[in-house]
Every structure is written in C-alpha cells, then in structure tokens.
Design a protein around this ligand. Structure first.
Ligand code: ADP
Ligand code: MG
Length: 547
C-alpha cells in the first residue's frame, strides 16, 4: 500500500500490493536490466559473431545470429529490458538491418549515463547532451555518405552481401545477393524523382533441397500446393484466373435441419441434387471463362471431376495471403460468393504450371499481368537452415530496398561509428556546461561497435581502437576493421558497404530508447509485476511499496 502524507493524513494512491521504486534506485535497476539485454546480443555482431541456439517452451530450436530474432525468442519480463527489445523491433521495422548494433549502442549509452549519474550529473542534463550528440552524429553520417547510382548494381549487391556476411548463409552470400538484388529491382517503381519498393512484394518460399545454391528467383508467385485432380492439365498458358474466397463444396450443415431421409429413393434424389449443385458451381466457373481456379477453401471431389472434364485447373486451400498477392499480381478480384463470379473478375498470367520440387508438387504462376510479384524459392538442405536463410534474405532485401529509396551508402567495419565518435569528441569541447560530458559519453559509446567487432573476431580491441582513432584523426574517414582478415583497412576499398538509412536508424533507435530509459525515475508496478521480495522471510516487498 503506497501513500503520501498530506497534513499528517496518509493519502492512498496506489492499490494494495503495488510496487514502487524511485530515484536512483529505479534508474539503476532499469539500466542494469537493459544492459543485460544488450550484453546478450553482443557476441552475435559481425561476420565473426557467434550464432545463438534458442529453445522455446515447446522445445523447438532456432539457430540464429539475428538480433531481433534472438530478442524476440527471449522471454524478457523486466519492463526496462523490454524497452530494449523494442529497439530491435523499431530498427527492424524502419531499416530491416542493424538490430544488433542498435541494441549494443543503446546498452552502451545507458552504461555511460549511469557513470554520469553516479558523478551527480542530472539525468535531464544527460538527455540534453545525448540529444545534441544524436543530431551531430546524424549530420556527420549525412556528410560522409557516398551517393550511388542505382544503375550500377554493384553497390546494391555489395550491401546485400554485407547484410548476409554475418549469417549462417555466408558461404552462399554472393549467389543469394544476386537473387535479392534482382528481386528487389523487379518490384521497385518510380515515385516522382525517386524510387520506392516494398519488401512484401517479394515472396519467400522454402523447400528443403540439395543446397542453398539451388535457390531460385521466380518471376511470379509459387504456391506450396498441388493441382487438385490428376485429370487436370499440369500446364496452362495464357491463364485466366479466378480467385475464390469460397468453397466449392456443399456445406453439410445446410441440410441438417431440412432433410429427413425415409426411403432409399430419397437418398438417390438427395445425391442427385447434391451432384447437380456441384455441377452448377463448376458451370458457373466455366461460364466466367476461367481456365484456372484458385480457391481459399475446399473443393469437393465431384466438383473437381466436373472442372477436370472442362480442362480447368484448380488449386484448393490456398493461403489468404497468397490469394491477396495473386489478386495484386494477376489483376483478379477475389470473389466471395460464387454466384457473383463473372469474366470481369478474372486475372491474367502467362503460365500456370505444377512442378515437382523435391518430393512435393508446387504450383507456379508466372508472367502475371503486373510483374510486381516475384518469389525467392530457398532450397537449403534442412528446414532450420532455410529458416535462418529466410531471415538473412529478409535483411538483405531490406538493405537493397533502403538503397533504392535512399541511394546513399557508408562503408562498414565500424568506420562510420568511429568517424562520428571523432566528430563528437571535437564537438563536445564547444558544448558548454555538463552537457559536454554527455556528448563525450555518446562519442565513447559509439566505439563499442569497434570493440565488439574486434572481440568477436578474437582480436585485441585496445590495439585496434587506438590505431583506428589515430587514422581517423589523420582524415581516413573509412578506416575500419576488416574482421575476416583481422586487419585495419580502408573499408570502402574492401567493398563492405551498408545503406545510410540503416546507420541513421541505428543512431535514432539507440539514442531514443536510451533517453527514454534514463528519464524514468519512478517505477510503479502492479501486484502482478512486482519484483521478488529481497527478504523472503520478512514478507517485505524489496523495501518499497509500503510507507
Ligand atoms: N567483412 C567485414 N569486416 C568488418 N565488419 C563487417 C564486415 N561485414 C560486416 N561487417 C559489420 O558487421 C556489422 C553488422 O553485423 P550484424 O551481425 O549483421 O549485425 P546487425 O544486426 O547490427 O546488422 C556492421 O557494423 C558491419 O559493418
Ligand atoms: Mg546485419
């Protein structure tokens, strides 16, 4: 029970059992929790980073080095820690790559803030300093970024390779990067003087195969479904496609209440009626002129038979999301009531064909009216590898999209972080008051990326950092650490490139989360969320909550 004293009379403001911590104690607890989260992803950063094996409560195993996935799978309870998990989500939604970096920097910003709080720098001052530093850092990134010409796909490919370099799929990164770039360019469209592209227009399907080297790009949509009836053609050119969000079945319940069968001839009549209803459905499709039907629900055997006789191809139980994609791609409208189907609702594709992939049959819809639909079919040797490949391809697709939308790059290997750090250290001297300390702290926090990349590659971070600092001091903007060779290099010459968008978003997501956590000096938690008591015997509540 929490209360405040008002003229000697306690005023109750919180429900009994609520838990409250305030001031430095709250700050310390929050920062510690957030730092633990950041610590948990550190070892995954960069091409030499480690993978994590995550086991969920059902015993399902995920192997990944993707920051967002790691944090998603961890069942984080602490509210401040959850805010750091949010950083990864924001980063993923806004830029699609850079999740691990954003979380590491956020953790480091908090760590530095705590040191300042201990030196009696007020949190508001830290926040003001961080705000100034964030602006300066973003401005620096804009300044050093290199504009690229989208006609030169080389940069797009290099950026896609960098995004996949740290993942399980690194062995096939060049091959996959090529597919990713082609896929993203196929769905990009002009928007005024710029281009825009949507990652969702590239579908990713997985099918266990021989190796990732068999992964292909299909100019269309692939359904993980076979054609329903063996009597139907396996291939239809100039397909006129009907999309149905309805079943070609007779709902048995429709009859339950109405029919009581007493004599054998009634059964026959009943079956006849059922047959003629199904034939009516098939006829409706024939009348529309469709030669392909893709149905979100079931198709009765009898209806299949009628359709097959007319040479119409049918696929059943297609996913809703697939049907929606198909509508977009083929120009068909999704029909929910079969009676409404007409020729106007049909979509077009140059080819619909069933092909055998591994042991399964899949239906390919290619050369659609609107070519803005492509599919990457991943063929790794195990489902687990395919799942991680899908995540890596997602990152690479996002990176290419980022570049299409904002064609500017920076080199990697912590070169931009160190350049920002250098500029911020100089800038700090021009900032008056204690905010200066916070700007400096921000500059130091950025160096954590160098440290982490070096540590993960088994190199000495102290040596590397001092060499890199002095090189940046000498004006080598792109000096960074090439972790595959384990050497300090000009990263722009090595060809490790990342979109400016990703780097800017890392700075934004990390500093915003850090500032938000620093600002909190009072945590009031309901009974349900209360922290475990410090003194289990005494029934106390961590010394808080009751006073
Ligand atoms: N060959 C390389 N040498 C050094 N750093 C690299 C190399 N390839 C990628 N990186 C760096 O690895 C970092 C990205 O690692 P990654 O594990 O993908 O984390 P994130 O989730 O932050 O994208 C970036 O800082 C990038 O510059
Ligand atoms: Mg990455």
């Amino acid at each position: 029970m929490s209360s405040i004293q008002s003229g000697g009379v306690p005023v109750l403001i919180l429900k009994e059992g609520s838990n409250r911590s305030r001031g430095r104690e709250a700050q310390h607890a929050n920062i510690t929790a957030a730092k633990i989260v950041a610590e948990s992803v550190r070892s995954a950063l960069g091409p030499k980073g480690m993978d994590k094996m995550l086991v969920d409560s059902f015993g399902d195993v995920t192997i990944t080095s993707d920051g967002r996935t790691i944090l998603d799978e961890m069942d984080v309870q602490n509210p401040a820690a959850k805010m750091l998990v949010e950083v990864a989500k924001t980063q993923d939604n806004e830029a699609g790559d850079g999740t691990t970096s954003a979380v590491i920097i956020a953790g480091e910003l908090l760590s530095k803030a705590e040191e300042l709080i201990e030196k009696d720098v007020h949190p508001t001052v830290i926040i003001d300093g961080y705000q100034l530093a964030q602006e300066k850092a973003l401005e620096t990134l804009e300044k050093i970024a290199i504009p690229v010409d989208l006609k030169n796909q080389d940069y797009l490919k290099k950026a896609a390779i960098t995004a996949m370099a740290s993942k399980l799929v690194a062995e096939y990164k060049e091959y996959l990067a090529d597919i990713v770039v082609k896929a993203m360019l196929a769905v990009a469209e002009k928007d005024g003087s710029r281009y825009k592209a949507d990652v969702d227009d590239v579908r990713v399907e997985k099918k266990t195969g021989e190796s990732l080297g068999e992964t292909t790009l299909i100019n269309g949509i692939v359904l993980d479904k076979e054609i329903v009836h063996s009597g139907m053609p396996k291939r239809v050119e100039k397909a006129k496609i009907a999309l149905l969000d309805a079943s070609l079945e007779i709902e048995k319940t429709e009859f339950d209440a109405k029919i009581t069968i007493e004599r054998p001839d009634q059964i026959e009549a009943f079956l006849k009626q059922e047959e003629s209803m199904l034939k009516g459905m098939a006829d409706k499709i024939v009348a529309s002129g469709a030669n392909v039907v893709i149905c979100q629900k079931g198709i009765d055997d009898m209806a299949q038979h009628f359709l097959a006789r007319k040479g119409i191809v049918a696929v059943r139980r297609a996913k809703k999301s697939d049907i929606e994609k198909l509508a977009k791609a083929t120009g068909a409208s999704i029909v929910t009531n079969l009676q409404d189907l007409s020729s106007k609702d049909l979509g077009y594709a140059a080819l619909v064909e069933e092909r055998k992939i591994a042991d399964d049959k899949m239906t390919f819809i290619e050369g659609a009216k609107n070519p803005k639909a492509v599919t990457i079919l991943i063929r790794g040797s195990t489902p687990r590898l395919n799942a991680e490949t899908e995540r890596s391809i997602h990152d690479a697709l996002c990176v290419v999209r980022d570049l299409i939308q904002e064609p500017k790059i920076v080199a990697g290997g912590s070169a931009p972080e160190l350049e920002m750090s250098k500029v911020l250290k100089k800038y700090a001297e021009t900032v008056s008051g204690r905010e200066q300390l916070a700007v400096k702290a921000f500059a130091e926090a950025l160096e954590s990326i160098t440290n982490t990349l070096a540590e993960n590659a088994g190199l000495d971070p102290i040596d590397i950092l001092s060499e890199l600092r002095s090189r940046h001091e000498k004006g080598e903007t792109w000096a960074g650490i090439e972790v595959l060779e384990g050497k300090v290099r000009d990263m722009s010459k090595v060809g490790v490139f990342e979109p400016l968008t990703v780097k800017k978003q890392i700075i934004k997501s990390a500093s915003e989360a850090a500032m938000m956590i620093i600002k909190i000096d009072d945590v009031i938690a309901s009974q349900k969320m209360k922290a475990p008591p410090i003194d289990p015997g005494g029934g106390g509540m961590g010394g808080m909550g009751e006073y």
